[in-house]
Design a protein around this ligand. Structure first.
Ligand SMILES: Nc1ncnc2c1ncn2[C@@H]1O[C@H](COP(=O)(O)OP(=O)(O)OP(=O)(O)O)[C@@H](O)[C@H]1O
Ligand SMILES: [Mg+2]
Length: 458
C-alpha cells in the first residue's frame, strides 16, 4: 500500500511544516499544529480557466459605481452588514453550534427572495428534507429559494452557474471539499482552498456569497485565520447560554462600520428582531441595590442603555481582586487607583467586582464615570437613585472629560424614562437643545460621586 504523506498545518495561520512542532513558528501559537494528508502536488489552480482574463481598466471607466445593496428586510441584519448585501461580496458568519446560524441565513434568504433576488442555499450538513423542515417551522416558502445538499465545491459552483442566483449561501465552509486536494473536509488546506474559490467565484459572477463558519472552543472561526482576510465581511453570532437573546456583530466590514450590533430573540417561529435593546438590557433591573448605575452606551450609531454593577467587598487576600465581566479589567484597575488617589476612597483592602448586566461588552472610555460612581456607591453601600444615568471619561487627574455623541445618549435616556443624567460639563455646555431631564454637569470625579447619591436637580 502506498504510504500517505502527512504534514502538519497550523489551525490558526495555515503555516505548514513536514514535522510536528509544539509552537507555530509563524504565529507563535502553542499546540495549534494538526496532522493532515499532504497534497501529492500543490494544486492551487483556482478555477481561472472558467472566466475570461481581466484587463486593466481606468478607474473612471469602471461601471456600476453606484452602490446597489440588496435588502433582506430584516433591519437588524441589514444595519450590521452596512445597509444591505453588496453584490459580489463574500460574508463569513461564525457562531457556536446551535446558536442559529442556519436559521438567520434562511430568514435572510426569505427577505432577499421577496425582493426578487433568487437564492441558492447549499447545505453540507443537512439534507434538503431537514432544511425544508426548518423552513416550514419558520414559515419560509418563497419560490425563489433553491436548496442543494452538496459538499463538493466543483458541483456547487456548477449548480450555481446553472441557475445564476443573486445570493449563494454555503452552510458550512468546514463541510466543503475540493477533489484537487487530498485532505478531509474541515482541514486547513480544504477550508482555505474552498473559501478562496468561492470568493473568487463571487467576484467574477457578481453573486453575493455567505459562508457559515464554525467556531473553535476559544471562540475564533475554525480553520485558518486567512479565512477572515479572504472575505469582505466577518460577522459573529453570539448569545448567552440559557438566554433566548442573540447578538449579531460585525468584526470586519469592507462596506460598513464594525460597531453596529443587531439584537434578536430566538423563538420557535425563528429569530425575531429586538428593536428596543435598551428595554431588554434593563428589564431585570431592581432600583434599590447599592452599586448599580445605568450607562448610555453607543453601539455603532445606536444608543443603548446598559446597567453597570459593582461590588466592593473586604478582601482577605494579600493582593485584592479586581474581577470584571463585560468591562476592561485594566480600565477598572486604573479607575480604582484614581478613586483612591483623587477622591479619597481606600480601596486597597477591597475586592472589586464589576459586571455589565445582560452579557453586554463595554468598550468605550465613556463608561468611566458610570463605573467609578458604581464602585464608589458599593464601597459606601449607598443606593444611587433609580432614574440616574451617567457617562463621561475620567482622566488620571480625576477630571471628567467630554465624550462623543452626548445628544444621542441623552435622547435615549429620556426616552427610557430617566430623570437625571450626570455628564461632563464640557459636553453640557455644547448641547444645542433642552432635554426633559435634569442634567448634572460635573468637572471632577469627586463632584460626580457626590451628585450620584443626591436626589433631584443640582
Ligand atoms: N422548535 C423550536 N423552538 C424553539 N427554538 C428552536 C426550535 N428548534 C430549534 N430552535 C432553536 O434553534 C437553534 C438551532 O438553530 P440553527 O440550526 O439555525 O443553529 P446553527 O447555528 O445553524 O447550528 P449548527 O451549528 O448545528 O449548524 C436551537 O439551538 C434552538 O435554540
Ligand atoms: Mg446550521
Amino acid at each position: 500500500m502506498a504510504k500517505v504523506k502527512v504534514e502538519y498545518a497550523c489551525t490558526s495561520c495555515g503555516f505548514s511544516s513536514p514535522k510536528w512542532l509544539g509552537k507555530c513558528p509563524d504565529c507563535g501559537k502553542w499546540g495549534s499544529l494538526v496532522e493532515e494528508v499532504a497534497a501529492a502536488e500543490p494544486k492551487y489552480r483556482v478555477a481561472v480557466d472558467a472566466f475570461p482574463a481581466s484587463k486593466p481598466v481606468r478607474l473612471t471607466e469602471v461601471s456600476g459605481s453606484a452602490e446597489v445593496r440588496a435588502k433582506s428586510g430584516i433591519e437588524e441584519f441589514d444595519r450590521v452588514v452596512g445597509g444591505g448585501v453588496v453584490p459580489s461580496s463574500a460574508v463569513l458568519i461564525g457562531g457556536d453550534p446551535g446558536i442559529g446560524k442556519s436559521t438567520i441565513l434562511l430568514q435572510v434568504a426569505r427577505g432577499l427572495a421577496r425582493e426578487g433576488k433568487p437564492v441558492l442555499y447549499v447545505s453540507g450538513e443537512e439534507s434538503e428534507a431537514q432544511v425544508k423542515l426548518r423552513a416550514a417551522r419558520l414559515g419560509v416558502e418563497e419560490k425563489e429559494i433553491y436548496l442543494l445538499s452538496e459538499t463538493s465545491i466543483e458541483r456547487i459552483m456548477a449548480a450555481a452557474s446553472e441557475i445564476s442566483p443573486s445570493v449563494l449561501l454555503v452552510d458550512s465552509i468546514q463541510t466543503m471539499f475540493t477533489s484537487d486536494l487530498p485532505g478531509a473536509p474541515g482541514s486547513v488546506g480544504q477550508v482555505r482552498e474552498c473559501a478562496g474559490r468561492l470568493v473568487f467565484f463571487a467576484k467574477k459572477t457578481g453573486m453575493s456569497v455567505f459562508l457559515v463558519g464554525h467556531v473553535t472552543k476559544d471562540g475564533s472561526i475554525a480553520g485558518p485565520r486567512v479565512l477572515e482576510h479572504l472575505v469582505d465581511t466577518v460577522l459573529y453570532f453570539e448569545g448567552e447560554k440559557g438566554h433566548p437573546y442573540r447578538i449579531l456583530k460585525a468584526v470586519k466590514n469592507r462596506f460598513g462600520s464594525t460597531n453596529e450590533i443587531g439584537v434578536f430573540e430566538m423563538r420557535s417561529s425563528g429569530l425575531a428582531e429586538v428593536a428596543d435593546p435598551s428595554g431588554l438590557f434593563l428589564s431585570e433591573r431592581s432600583g434599590d441595590t447599592s452599586g448599580t448605575l445605568v450607562f448610555p452606551a453607543i453601539e455603532g450609531t445606536r444608543p443603548l442603555l446598559v446597567e453597570v454593577q459593582a461590588l466592593a467587598a473586604q478582601s482577605f487576600l494579600a493582593m485584592p481582586r479586581r474581577t470584571t465581566i463585560g468591562a476592561d479589567t485594566n480600565r477598572v484597575i486604573l479607575l480604582c487607583a484614581i478613586l483612591e488617589k483623587k477622591a479619597g476612597f481606600s480601596l486597597y483592602n477591597q475586592d472589586i467586582f464589576v459586571n455589565i448586566a445582560g452579557g453586554f461588552q463595554l468598550d468605550e472610555t465613556a463608561a468611566d464615570l458610570a463605573l467609578s460612581c458604581a464602585i464608589a456607591a458599593s464601597f459606601k453601600d449607598q443606593v444611587i437613585p433609580a432614574g440616574t444615568a451617567a457617562f463621561g471619561e475620567v482622566g488620571l487627574g480625576g477630571e471628567v472629560r467630554a465624550v462623543p455623541m452626548a445628544e444621542q445618549r441623552l435622547n435615549e435616556a429620556s426616552r427610557m424614562g430617566f430623570t437625571r443624567v450626570i455628564l461632563p460639563a464640557s459636553n453640557a455646555e455644547r448641547l444645542p437643545s433642552k432635554y426633559p431631564l435634569a442634567l448634572v454637569p460635573v468637572r471632577h470625579i469627586k463632584e460626580a460621586i457626590a451628585h450620584s447619591q443626591k436626589q433631584g436637580r443640582s
